[in-house]
Ligand binder design. Sequence first.
Ligand code: CS2
Length: 495
Amino acid sequence: MTVSISTAARLGDTVLDALPVDIVRPAYDRAATRIGIVHIGVGAFHRAHQAVYVDDLLADEPEWAICGVSLHGAGVRDALRPQDGLYTLALLGERPVLRVIGSLKEVLYAREDSSAVLDRLADPCTRLVTLTITEKGYCLAGDGLDLANPEIVHDLASPGAPHGAIGYVVAGLRRRWRLGVAPYTVLSCDNLADNGGRLRRAVLQFAQRIDPALKDWIEAEVAFPRSMVDSITPATDDVLREQVSAQLGCIDAWPVQREAYSQWVVEDRFCNDRPRFERVGVTLSDDIAGYDRAKLRLLNAPHSALAYLGSLLEIETVADAMRRPQLAGFVERLMREHIAPNLDTPRGFDPQAYIGAILERFRNPAIRHKLSQIAWDGSQKLPVRLLGTISDALAAGRPIDVLCLPIAAWMHFVRRQANNGVALVDPLDQALSTIGRKATGDAQGDVAAFLAMDAVFAPLGGDPRFVGALREAYARFGDATPSAILRVLAGEGRA
Ligand code: CS2
């Protein structure tokens, strides 16, 4: 139902009861909820995923509302504060459903509300700290912390007034340690293999430099469970904003959208109370290593492949890419014949059925998931999505030529953007753009320049088998025009 918008009306607690009947809204008294979770990185993914599970939980467990913290911008706070933290989720199923989410009780912007963030972290009621800060937010180099990262350098110099996520997690733990308050569990909800393990190593390395006794306490007392998160969440655009406000009959400055499908698997290892997540569809497991690897390799790697190949073909969205037989055929073969055979899967997991379901999700025409969004941060995403499969294939003596094609496509994409003067969204954008501008099209020189980026390619970049296969893949795309790309895909996509 569409109702006319009163321009003065803004989504908020006072208008909840007046919303049209088909809008789903919180099934609990928001005033009775209390904050138990601090979430760092309160972007669209968090608001479309974790916050929805928590919204389902609050009727029974009102003490687990969320304080959302943005590290890099005031946008979410400024949009949601006038709305009492409420926002709309559009679920893009066969019949789109709008649902107002009430689990964000407070939204802070760390640069301006720093002491409020630190107070929340120190509060004994906060028993869980969760993070979606994307791959780059962890400031990792190889398996450890990148001590040269400017954010880490800053936070080590001023540990009481940090800027980054690792700095905040440690600052909060330090306060609790000093005050004798039990630590919170730190739960990474980012797309990284062994996300909990990596976060733990980064936090311990950081704490060691501040105070070795603090590091010992964290090592002994704090749990960093791993998790696997999955739900396709296209960025919010003006079309969504307008549709949502029109249906609501009041303005929602920052709604979010996602596919109907959602999965969250969490390792059951907490050092403080935890919400009874299993009540709301979260899978608690003792061993999730297999799940996150399967998701990264079978969903995210093909997503990145579509992003770079599709962008070179001037295609806009995932669903459009899947309508192109050469591209869809290539991606399916990549998944079934080149990634799946190199994957160790959890017991009872059927990779071919999982692949079928992912392909179906990619084809969903109700979702306008832009390839340009997925193409962001390639230097951070490709290592965790694709290079592990290549290492495993090499160790097993299996071919890697097809696996190298998406990486070669990324290199051509970087080159094209640099030559067109289009900035890359990537923490290594400057170095990449320089390489892209200098690239001549000669496979040997161009590939060598990319492979010299140790932060992305070490240690694989030194393996002559990988170097050779990547050079070959890069050369096969020639000048990377759409017709050259299609020729390669047509050759590789045959069933
Ligand atoms: C995507 C992911 O943007 C990207 O890089 O591959 O965000 C993907 O949509 C999610 O991981 C799905 O769970």
